[in-house]
Design a protein around this ligand. Sequence first.
Ligand code: SF4
Length: 475
Amino acid sequence: MTESLVADTPINLLDLVDDGPRPDAAPGIRPRRVYIETYGCQMNVADSELMAGILTRQGYDAATGPEDADVILINTCAVRERAEERVLGRAATLNGHKKERPDVLLGICGCMAEHLRETIHERAPFVDLIIGPDAYRRLPALIEQAAGAEEHELAIDVRLDKAETYEGLTPLRRDGVNGWITIQRGCDKFCTFCIVPFTRGRERGVPPREILRQARELVAQGARSVTLLGQTVNSYRYEDVDFADLLRAVAQVEGVERIRFTSPYPVDFTPKLIEVMASEPRVCPYIHLPVQSGSDRMLKEMRRGHTIAEYRQLVADLRAAIPNLALSTDIIVGFPGETDEDYQRTVELIEEIRYDFAYLFKYSERSGTYAHKKLPDDVPEAVKGSRLSRLIEIQEAICLEKTTPYVGRIVQVLIAGESRKSEHDWVGKTDTFKTTIMPKVPGSEVGQIVSVQVEEVTSHTLKGHIVTRDESITS
Ligand code: SF4
């Protein structure tokens, strides 16, 4: 699971790059306008782009915000209870637009639609559409159904479809420089704490031809960096093509300057994959490698399928093969039955591995999972809180320790856009996924990979100035 990437990422169709023809609206009829707001992981952001693509090709326009939308869709996350509560609160706020303009349709899509279909109907009866992650092809038809429905009559489709990979549909991209390709849907691992296999169904790989088509399209739209997405991305398989084959093929698409993937599952790393990562210069030396706990006892309870010794060996193999490898991880504290000793093993692990970054969470019980049914949520909230705070403190110090050696170095940064804090600065990423801020200089522009001399750092950010432009890859 990409626990790491769970964040609120409101996304509006207006931010997206249009990439294809669509039907004209009938004369005199204003096209419907849609607003999509996204919560959760990067796969959800990619799914919102997919929905935007489907609707745009059906003649929909982008709304500037919910206030001028005819259709408001919230693409949701079910990984933690707090995320679900936030979405229900947000839906109640957005219902204000329906009160002002009764024709407005409000829909809840994604994992929470799958997980809480009854609850949504009870707690948010004003919602018109509930659409699960495998039903986006039917989105236009469901909107039509909702538009013609009686008040409080719901248009709903939460069927899981183990064959659906959305092959042939082109997402409407949001970010011109960084492109995302969903290469795998669903998950077969069934970690005991995780809701994803229930909300996203069984694992299935997108055909390689479709992935390569999307990679070429991304490049044509201006992307320089491509990230392959999947719940356990390195378990990807399609017929006789495995993830290592796919990674090599995408890295060789002309115009792809950087390639990353998220999130791999530790037991699915193969020597062949490590070899591809080490030998393909366009594959970034950065891996997000979820561990969840430093205690073998907890890993067993979580059914992660490996021990800490095996994980440690994998990290050693990766570091031996890939110089300057940056590593991040996900950790859950307060899993059922976690003792002080188990927790101490986690502290020791992060002190030993020294991750560049870690996404740290308190355990949140999810109904329907094995842990919810069989493992009492018995670590008191206060204990979870203090364990989390201490871990954050330790990891923050390690993050600073990992960025400090960058001072004085020259790094290659892909300029992604203007810094949010100053119109005079660019923001971008190194190939080790470090956020870097640098003043704009004449001739520099979004999409260039530039050499930056690092002058100062914080625990999460590098700051420096552009010293040269890499002529071989800039226009
Ligand atoms: S079940 Fe495990 S591997 Fe699958 S998405 Fe959840 S945490 Fe990741």
